[in-house]
Design a protein around this ligand. Sequence first.
Ligand SMILES: [Zn+2]
Length: 189
Amino acid sequence: MGNARSGNRRPSHLCTDQVVAVDVRALSRAGALRPGTAFELSTSRAGVLARCRTLGTESFEAALADSEFFDFERISLARTPCHLGGFRTWAVCAPCSRRVAMLYVVNRRFACRLCAGLRYRSQRESALDRLGRKLHHARAALSWQASLVEPLGGKPEGMHWRTYANAVHAYMQQERVYFQGHRRRLGRS
Ligand SMILES: [Zn+2]
């Protein structure tokens, strides 16, 4: 039996801006979702990605351009009324059935951001936060004061000098990366 982790083929660490995104609102504005309309999904980097045709108000089909089998994937659409009249068009993510504005193409499948296992770039930047947590853990393991701005502490009783020296060395390396990252982050905002 596979557990949730092994059954989940997430392309971890990929961000939404690294894969082909299908913006359903943009398609709708461009008139591509009128029944019978043929359109292409393309990017400047990858060229034509898929040839599509809108079937009716409820779905469009897409064939990936380099598909050997030329299999069409059907993407369901949903509409919700707007306050000011008219309606808003959504795509329905096939794996989770949620209504979403954006679908992404990962592993030759169209799926929402969560099903595709994608992160926003800002989430990836929280690697800095994870590093900060690591430093806190390291401080706790060494019985140092918790705050990262406090000086390094001494060797805990009972710890081998070599273990201590390695821990301090690792800590100082990570700390340097952490504060560099913070300076960069502050410099940008
Ligand atoms: Zn989904």
